[in-house]
Write a protein that binds this ligand. Structure first.
Ligand code: CA
Length: 366
């Protein structure tokens, strides 16, 4: 809106543009798209990314390109966004591609792979490490184009009614968990369930499930999980830096004018930055509130983490045998991951370890 009023004041409105360059006016068609989000409106972080996208695209095209955002369940259920984009029910969607590992396990790479990359490394892989090209082949097969559009940062391990003191405590546990982690946990005896965000609370309250992971303090508090399960575990080893995606129907994408594409892509990148910043800014206070409200923080025991890691890499070997996309992306991703981990062990890890745990806690002098 600010930009529009600036243009008006400067006398550079639509009319002036039309006189100067009629070709440009013809290339600014009115386009109206519908976007299906996988998330409920109550989550301003996840759902909010699609609103950032919609607002920026509209402002950047002087209102010519409108994207109307629909929450999970309004047009299609939260876990069916890929299908809706593929079959043209909507032109685009905002979702977590690992919801679609039932179609191909390789979709996990676009979101998160257990014991995989953190948020910084996921961006590095996507934008400069060949990640976007690697997953593009997969999305193309489903008639879609994908754009990184948000990240939660490393997640929490979720809410448990009972403490997890050893591997034995996982046996028979019914847990809502997304992505490949469900398969990893299944190897450790957990019965995994994939539920959309809006459906978890009720399942936990009714006792249909014993545990549930969603995101982290800010979202989890809003959904109220602390009221139905008090042990709050960390870290969410299955989601070190899960990335959300905007996916667009390939034919619709190809029909867009070039500068609409450019604005759209920039808006996705903006949503990508904003979501992580939003979470990082909001999580500390939410965590304090949860703990004050009775949530019991627990760290996963190391033997549980180690067994999970071993199971995870067995799953990847199995997935690589079944899916050509997984095999192709995994080899490239694994090498990238190993180089990233080597580098992050030097400056990043020593900085984090020293400063985050330092007993010196200075406060501002009054
Ligand atoms: Ca999660």
């Amino acid at each position: 809106m600010q930009r529009r009023s600036f243009l008006k004041k400067a006398g550079l409105g639509v009319a002036a543009g039309a006189v100067a360059a009629p070709a440009i006016v013809r290339a600014q068609p009115n386009i109206q798209w519908r976007l299906a989000s996988s998330f409920p409106k109550s989550l301003d972080t996840l759902y909010g990314a699609a609103e950032i996208l919609s607002r920026r695209v509209s402002e950047g095209t002087e209102g010519k390109f409108q994207i109307r955002v629909f929450a999970a369940g309004e047009i299609v259920p939260g876990l069916q966004v890929l299908d809706a984009v593929q079959n043209g029910t909507v032109q685009c969607g905002h979702t977590a591609p690992y919801y679609y590992i039932g179609k191909d396990p390789a979709f996990a790479f676009a979101t998160a792979v257990p014991f995989g990359l953190n948020a910084r490394q996921q961006n590095a892989w996507m934008y400069y490490g060949g990640g976007r090209e690697a997953v593009a082949e997969l999305f193309r097969e489903y008639g879609c184009v994908q754009f990184p559009s948000g990240n939660t940062g490393v997640q929490m391990g979720g809410w448990f009614r009972k403490e997890i003191k050893s591997l034995a405590d996982l046996k028979g546990l019914k847990m809502r968990v997304a992505g490949l982690a469900g398969q990893v946990l299944a190897k450790l005896g957990v019965v995994g369930q994939q539920l959309a965000g809006g459906e978890i609370y009720q399942a936990l309250e009714r006792g249909t499930i014993d545990a549930a992971e969603w995101v982290g303090p800010y979202d989890d508090e809003k959904l109220g999980f602390q009221k139905v399960a008090k042990y709050y575990y960390y870290p969410g080893w299955w989601e070190g830096g899960p990335q959300l995606s905007t996916i667009v129907n390939l034919k619709q994408w190809e029909a867009l004018p070039k500068h609409y594409k450019s604005i759209f892509e920039s808006a996705c990148a903006e949503a990508n930055v904003h979501m992580l910043a939003h979470y990082d800014a909001k999580n500390p206070e939410a965590l304090k509130k949860l703990v004050a409200g009775g949530a019991q923080l627990r760290q996963f025991p190391k033997p549980v983490m180690e067994a999970a890691q071993k199971a995870a890499f067995e799953i990847y070997d199995e997935a690589a045998k079944k899916s050509a996309h997984f095999r192709r992306i995994y080899a490239q991703w694994l090498k990238f991951r190993s180089d990233q981990f080597l580098w992050f062990r030097v400056a990043e890890m020593s900085y984090d370890n020293f400063t985050f745990t330092s007993p010196l806690r200075p406060t501002a002098k009054k």
